[in-house]
Design a protein. Structure first.
Length: 115
């Protein structure tokens, strides 16, 4: 499985960005896709997860501001990030996980929130 992430950039506080993560290869029916982030000097953090069926989980720090979704016809997950804050600045990574326990990672995409 290969993952291609896109959509990062530099925005001002309060603005929005949408990240995309397209999966290709042997996509299994039972899978979930996630976004993680890592800021300088901080641990890798789970931001949000979406299952094949559309179930979602969010980190408390992004609840109400970020929305994860997916288009199963395109094997693509999205992360809509609204009301961005400077503390959201990080490299964002998407992942694809299967019920077998295998996890695949995309390249990171930089999100910088600064005035």
């Amino acid at each position: 499985v290969q993952l291609q992430a896109s959509g990062g950039g530099l925005v001002q506080p309060g603005e929005s960005l949408r990240l995309s993560c397209a999966a290709s290869g042997s996509i299994l029916r039972l899978n979930w896709m996630s976004w993680y982030r890592q800021a300088p000097g901080k641990q890798h953090e789970l931001v949000a997860t979406v299952t094949q069926g559309g179930g979602t989980v969010y980190a408390d720090s992004v609840k109400g501001r970020f929305t994860i979704s997916r288009d199963n016809t395109k094997n693509t997950a999205y992360l809509q990030m609204n009301s961005l804050k400077p503390e959201d600045t990080a490299v964002y990574y998407c992942s694809y996980s299967e019920g077998s326990g295998d996890t695949y990672w995309g390249q990171g995409t930089q999100v910088t929130v600064s005035s």
